[in-house]
Design a protein. Structure first.
Length: 798
């Protein structure tokens, strides 16, 4: 390189054997072995999702094919697609400057071999530990299809660095912590203004954090460098069930994620790159990438390959992985498009966002005024634990039914009865009974009956059969017009007859419905027409009816493409056979930003109030104890309030996952049954005990406000600014105006409530006349910004 790169830092660990030093659970061979499983997953994607067999290069590296689950295939497809988009934009950008593509911790990924022929002038460099690169070099050498793509290759398996050297491809076997060596190799190949794209696809997170930081800082010194980073984050802290499962998996395989503790969030990662010299940085979580960087055509293609219905798991995975793109100089076209494109779901953070003031201080002003205790009970009934995607409903006073769902192995056809007084779950054996299923609904009809609607076997078999349970036996009733699962259902009275109103859901052939159907015992199923525009077709939405208001609420759900919808619709019957809906526009603010969720439970808790609980949020992954996982909705005045939940009992670390569960409201308590998620390829989390969690009656927060604080402190390792930036910064609200001395009682009340006030007609002296924009410019200078923050608890001015 013509221009010398600043010598690597004194902290370089080339002399230090870090391999066992940083963590007892990091073993280099185990880190190298992480490639073995990722390459098998990538091969599974290649085989099913890559139509041109000429592009099937991974088959040379994976002699024993293993088909991965649809969830893993989709996650890896997305990861590979993000790398592909980045590489292809870099390679095809129109410049005369030499380009180098450097894959850090490349493992066996044959990425360069897809492009060697198409982009003859590019310098491709693969880097990994020597033992990994030696094995890779051997495969390349013995595979004519790969070897012939190299220009004058020379193989040096005994070299301590460059193991394959050719005019267009270099394979370097070094420890990436040895920056001095790596710097020497790159200096020999690059000129000062060359363009370099560094990629680290789930690789440098296994390095000691100070070494990974040094690498990032060193790479920023190339004036034409870009960095694409894919790895894991902890958007909701390490107590989140997905995070817990993921961290424990990596510890178990002795390759702990070493960087995630210091950089647990998108904000922390963007700040990291910013601090280490990258001039523009943008990062988004994988769920955001799916919704915003993958075209509709690509989504339809992915959907067409294999049946898939692990949506909550996919969103949770997407919220725990991120894509970051940084430029050492000005933002390039890719960055500009990531910065400026309208962003629907998922989180995105840019260098501009981290320059905003720290919103952490706003936390206290935004917490709920309502609090509920959550009690977690263990080990109810052998066989009832580890169960998700079943359905529950109240049968009669103090008694509920739970039917179906799945455990770790199979879908279930077992009926359980929950008796609240005895706090006991018992199995009921009935014959006949519905076939095993998941994603169905149970709705109470009449004094002691429950209607089961639809559901599915595998995602290709949407079920149309419906059954009535009377507490003792199941009786098959009229079939749905079409099979549906992940639909929403609610009880409704029409002309004094018990009916069940159903909206949306998925059918066979990737169908997603936007239709309403109504069931009554006497008439069976009939279609209910929408007056005006139907709600957007969706599945896993929440629906509840409020008889005293003669109206229902439909909210959230997944769109056909898997985007989480955030509308709230107030629906009412418009004469027999038709329904009209009206968009509810909750006032902007914290609560309404937490509305967009799928797979959530909406439960009336009074004539006009409801709780919206759990599910996956489109905006962010919330920590279990964060106010807002449960929302309190007041339907009559259209208000939304996040609810603080406080885990009572000893199991302070055992927050349940509020996904795949169902709830019943019995005696002023919400009982949560079942629930669990699959944490991608890293294991499953169940609401062990699948006992019952109960939310007590709502209590005003003041009574227990002191107990709220420690709960919030426990999630300090998640970045609240991250949460706020994803769910929307605080919206301005109208400040009350007062004329001094006329409203003393109201002023006292405002002081007690700690809200800001505006006083009209007060004299501020000369400043109101003298401080013109011209005066201020002259006094402070044109570019000076002044921030004023008042450090009075619960009042913040920005
Ligand atoms: C999970 S694999 C990912 C491989 C590849 N990037 C992919 O996505 O298929 C992680 C890779 O990073 C490599 N790696 C981790 N730390 C490294 C280090 N300090 N030096 C060189 N390679 C490293 C491992 O050897 C392994 O091949």
């Amino acid at each position: 390189m013509a221009e010398a790169i600043e010598a690597p830092y004194s902290g370089l660990s080339s002399q230090r054997n870090h391999l066992y030093a940083t963590s007892s659970v990091v073993v280099p061979n185990a880190v190298v072995a992480t490639n073995d499983s990722s390459i098998v997953s990538k091969r599974s994607v290649e085989k099913f999702y890559v139509s041109d067999r000429a592009d099937h290069l991974l088959r040379h590296f994976v002699p024993k094919f293993q088909r991965r689950s649809p969830l893993i295939n989709r996650g890896y497809w997305l990861r590979m697609e993000l790398v592909k988009q980045t590489v292809e934009e870099f390679l095809s950008s129109n410049t005369d400057v030499p380009k180098h593509l450097i894959n850090l911790g490349c493992g066996f990924d044959p990425l360069p071999f897809h492009y060697l022929r198409r982009y003859p002038g590019i310098d491709f460099i693969d880097v990994d530990y020597p033992q990994s690169i030696r094995r890779k070099a051997e495969i390349i050498r013995n595979t004519p299809e790969l070897n012939e793509l190299l220009v004058d290759p020379s193989y040096s398996p005994d070299s301590d660095a460059v193991i394959i050297s050719s005019a267009n491809y270099t394979a370097v076997g070094i420890d990436l912590s040895d920056l001095r060596k790596f710097d020497g190799i790159l200096q020999a190949r690059c000129q000062a203004n060359d363009e370099l794209l560094f990629i680290s696809e789930v690789a440098i997170t296994y390095m000691p954090v100070e070494d990974a930081d040094s690498l990032i800082k060193w790479a920023a010194q190339f004036p034409g460098a870009k960095f694409a980073l894919i790895e894991q984050i902890l958007p909701a802290g390490e107590k989140h069930p997905f995070a817990k499962t993921m961290l424990s998996h990596f510890r178990k395989i002795k390759s702990a994620l070493q960087n995630i503790g210091k950089y647990p969030s998108l904000t922390a990662q963007v700040q990291r790159f910013d601090a280490y010299g990258w001039s523009s940085v943008v990062a988004c979580d994988f769920y955001g990438a799916w919704c915003n960087m993958i075209s509709s055509e690509q989504k339809s293609f992915v959907e067409s390959i294999e049946p898939f219905d692990e949506w909550e798991d996919f969103v949770s995975f997407g919220q725990h992985y991120f894509f970051l793109y940084a430029s050492s100089r000005m933002p390039d076209a890719k960055q500009m498009s990531l910065f400026t494109r309208e962003w629907t779901c998922g989180s995105r953070v840019t260098t501009e966002d981290i320059a905003k003031p720290d919103l952490k201080n706003l936390q206290s002003s935004r917490i709920s005024t309502l609090t509920a205790g959550l009690e977690y009970r263990k080990h109810w009934q052998p066989g009832f634990d580890r169960r998700k995607l079943g359905a529950a409903a109240k049968l009669c006073d103090g008694v509920a039914i739970y039917y179906g769902g799945m455990d770790a192995k199979a879908r279930s056809a077992v009926t359980y009865i929950f008796d609240e007084a005895k706090m006991k779950v018992s199995r009921v054996d009935t014959s006949p009974q519905p076939a095993p299923r998941v994603c169905h609904t149970l709705t109470k009809v009449g004094s002691r009956k429950v209607l089961l609607v639809g559901g599915r076997g595998n995602p290709k078999s949407a079920l149309a059969d419906c059954w009535l349970f009377d507490g003792v036996v199941w009786t098959r009733v009229q079939d749905l017009p079409n099979g549906r699962y992940r639909h929403s259902a609610t009880h409704i009275f029409i002309e004094s007859e018990d009916c069940v109103l159903v909206f949306g859901g998925r059918g066979n052939g990737n169908e997603v419905y936007d239709t309403w159907v109504l069931w009554s015992e006497s008439n069976g199923w009939s279609e209910v027409k929408s007056v005006g525009r139907s709600p957007i077709s969706r599945f896993s939405a929440s629906l509840s009816w409020f008889p005293s208001m003669a109206a229902g609420v439909l909210t959230g759900g997944f769109s056909r493409e898997g985007h989480i919808i955030s509308d709230v619709l107030l629906v009412s019957l418009n004469g027999p056979g038709s329904i009209k809906q009206q968009r509810w526009r909750p006032p902007p603010g914290f609560g309404s930003n937490l509305l967009g969720r799928a797979g959530a439970q909406l439960h009336p808790i009074g004539d006009t109030e409801a709780l919206l609980l759990g599910g996956v949020l489109g905006s962010h992954c919330l920590p279990a104890d964060f106010p807002g996982n449960v929302l309190h909705l007041n339907i009559s005045n259209q208000e939304i309030e996040p609810l603080c939940t406080i885990l009572s009992g000893k199991e302070q670390d055992m927050w349940p996952v509020l996904m795949g569960c169902d709830c019943v409201w019995l005696n002023n308590r919400l009982h949560i049954l079942g629930g669990g998620i699959t944490a991608f390829s890293m294991g499953s989390f169940w609401n062990l005990c699948t006992g019952i969690l109960e939310i007590d009656q709502l209590r005003p927060a003041e009574i227990i406000s002191r107990r709220i604080k420690p709960q919030l402190a426990s999630s300090e390792n998640i970045s609240l600014p991250d949460v706020y930036s994803a769910i929307g910064t605080p919206k301005p609200s109208l400040v009350e105006r007062y004329i001094l001395a006329q409203n003393t009682t109201e002023i006292q009340s405002a002081i007690r409530r700690r809200v800001p006030l505006l006083f009209d007609n007060l004299s501020f002296g000369e400043c109101t006349k003298v401080w013109s924009p011209e005066y201020l410019k002259a006094a402070f200078g044109e570019s000076r910004e002044v921030w004023y923050t008042m450090h009075i608890p619960r009042i913040h001015i920005m």
